[in-house]
Design a binder for this molecule. Sequence first.
Ligand code: PLP
Length: 425
Amino acid sequence: MKEETIVLHAGHRRDETTTSVAVPIYQTTSYQFNNTDHASKLFSLQELGNIYTRIMNPTCAVLEERMAKLDGGVAAMAVSSGQAASAFSIQNICHSGDNFISSTDLYGGTWNLFSNTLKEMGIECRFVDPTKPEQFENAIDKKTRCIYAETLPNPKLNVFPINEVSKIGKKHQVPLIMDNTAAPYICKPISHGANIVVYSTTKYIGGHGLSIGGLIVDGGNFDWESAGDRFPMLNSPDPSYHGAVWSQAAKPLGPIAYILRARVILLRDYGSSMSPFNAFTFIQGLETLPLRMQRHCENAEKVAEYLTSHNKIQKVIYPSLMSGVHKDRCDNYMSGGSGALLGFELKDGENAGKKFIDNLKLLYHVANIGDARSLAIHPASTTHSQLSDDEKISSGVTPGYVRLSIGIEHIDDIIADLEQALNKI
Ligand code: PLP
C-alpha cells in the first residue's frame, strides 16, 4: 500500500465483533484471558496479546501500526506526550553513567529534559552543533548510547543532515534517533539511515489541536546484539523481567528488541501511556495527514514568498528559501514540501514583533505548532524570554523574530491577516 492508503487502512479493516469500519475506542483497562495457560504465555512474552491498558490497547495498536508502516519501521509505541516519547527514547538504552549526543538545535522542552532532568539522573548529554556534522564523531566514546536530533528544528529550520550523521553512528554502532514532529509524511528519517523516530503526535499527526500524545517508531534496522557491550540494557539479563535478555527475547517476534523493552519496562514502570480516546483522535488526524501536509506546505511556501517581498521584513526563514548546504538538505530529505513552520525577522525589533502578534485577527497566538489553523508566536517575549540575550541569538531568536505555523485555511485569508497586522506596526 502507498502512504495515503496506509494511513486509512493499515491495522484495521473492521471490528471483528461489531463489523465497525471506524476504529473503535476500546475504553477498557483490562482483557479477559482465555485460560491460565494463555495468561502465562502473555506474561512470559511467548505470545503477544493484550494484558492491561497501561502497556497496550487495541485502539492505540491501530495508531501504532499505521505510524510504523507509514515510516517504514517494524513497530511503534504510543505514549502520553511528545515529551514522554523523547524521554523514553533515551531512557530505554541509557542509564546512570552513560552518555548520548544531541544536536544543539532542539525544542526547548527537550533541551531542558536533556540538559537538566536526565543530567540529574546521571545521564550525560553531549551537545554538538549540527552545522558541523563531522563533530558528532568526536563526541562518541564507549559509553555513548545514541545520537538524537530533530529533522526540522525551529526556529532555525535547518534540515538535519540525517544521512551524514547516521553513517557516523553506524561506523561506531551508535543508533540515530530523530524527532520528526515537524515533518511527518514529508520526511521519512528511517529511509535516510535513522534507527528510531519519535513524534509529538500533538502537532501535525493529530492536526486539530485536540490531544497531547507521542509515539516512538522502531526502524528495526539496528543490530543491538552485535553492538554487544554498548547496550547492556538490551544485551544482559534484566532483573526486573525474570532475567530476560531483550535482544534474545525479541528474536521470535522480529527485530523489535528496542520497542519491546520500551513497552514492557518503561510503560509498565512509568505508566506514561496514551489513552484510547486520545489514540482515537490521533487516528482521525492521521487518516488525512498526507492531504493536510500537502496543503500546509503549499500555503507556507506562498506565505514565505509574500513575506520575502515585504518592506518591513528583513529576513524570512523557510527551508526551501535557504541556500547552499541547507537547501541541498531540504531537497534531499523532504519531499512534497518543506514544512509549514516559518520564521521572519521584523526590521523594527521587539516592539514590532509584539505589535504584529497583538494585531492578528485570524492567526491564533498560541504556544503550539502543527494545528490545522494558522498559529503565531513572538518567541523573544514568550518561549525564549528567560534566556539571556546571547542565548536568544545563538538559538536563532532575534528580538524581532516571529514564528508562524501555517495552517490549511484559504491562502488569501492567511495573507490578508498577515498584511493587516504588518500594516499596523
Ligand atoms: N518535539 C518537538 C519538536 C516539539 O515541538 C514538541 C512540542 O512542542 C515536543 C517534542 C513535545 O511534545 P508534547 O508537547 O506533545 O509533549
